[in-house]
Ligand binder design. Sequence first.
Ligand code: PLP
Length: 417
Amino acid sequence: MNLDRRHFLSVLGGATLAWPRAVEAFGTQLASGGAPDDEAFWYQVRSTFLIPDDRIYLNNGTLGPSPRVVVDAVTEHVRRVAATFPPGIAWDDLKASVARLVGGDAEGFVFPRNTTEAMSFVANGLELFEGEEVVTTDHEHIGGLEPWRVLEARRGVRLSVAALPVPAASEEELADAVWDAVSPDTRVVSVSHMTFTTGTLMPVVELARRCRDQGIVFCVDGAHPPGMLSVDVGGLGGDFYASSPHKWVMAPQGCGLLYLAPEWRSKLWPTLASGGWDDHALSAHRFNHMGTIDESRMAGLFAASEYLLALGPDRVEARVRYLRGRLEDGLAAIEGVHVVTPAAEALKGGMVSFSVDGVESPDLQRHLSRAASVRTRVIGEYDYGWMRLSTHVYNRPDEIDRVLELVDEVARTGIAG
Ligand SMILES: Cc1ncc(COP(=O)(O)O)c(C=O)c1O
């Protein structure tokens, strides 16, 4: 870290803070090594988390556990506020950090509380009328779907739902499946960047291109990829990108993100209005005027972004994929297990979903929890009934192996009692 950077990090909002120095020390400690199977390196990374040794957390797809430095950044901020020395939010520094992590230009970021709120800002901020159509898929999370359903109920906007292949074989197949649902009335295409159901990476660059060609607004529910994979929210060419850094960026609960392409920074209507909402010189920042907010979560988001930058997004992605690969290969080798996540590496990241013949996923979930304190997610939505497991940088190969052992046992003998 160069001196200028160290300076700006240590004088945020005019206050000298401890967490930037902790992140810097972490970066120095982990400057070398970090190959996907460098267990000594990843052991040090695990030790920066508060996760108990005997808990196997495979549900990052729902919520990411924050590393200690993030928790410290939040509590440090809360203490400063209580001591009447509030550090404030260093907006420019926060945006610059997030832009380094997820791409895009710093001016385009808004920080709502989560993907649900970000998607609602988009749906409510567009001019959509009766009979106009929004295309989504049968793998959208309620957070990315319900904001459009409000428009359906309130304004007579039509939803056209694309049926995605499971497991998907190629980007083209996925893009064509979405495109089958597009009609001359389509004004918006809104899909997940990575589906929460099967962990499938959607062909967002190709979909953005097709939408641009037809003058259709393209909105991406990117709850998952930021912090898991190297992404470029600006470069993919869509109009809006919504995310939840409290998942894979491991920021505190209540940290959302919305990136607006330049033309929308002055055009989108605000859902939540305060002073400056109509001051277009503020660009996307006019959407950050939300009244009094919990600033401590923004401090936590800043620290989480800096933590991942210190770790290195490429190292993170490689480790995430390595662990998911170990898990997925092991699952696929068990008789009676059916993986629904695509086989092609380019179509997935850090999540794998599957079913086990003759076993209900909620029963398997309960069994894994009781047997080895494993945290999982069952995809009950749409009656899919799959078990979903997520891997992130704090997971260890021995945890993966223990889960495989348990699933293998269940697949062979069922669940007793
Ligand atoms: C694809 C997707 N979109 C949206 C959401 C909603 O996220 P949040 O609860 O942070 O708004 C989730 C949560 O799991 C998700 O997986």
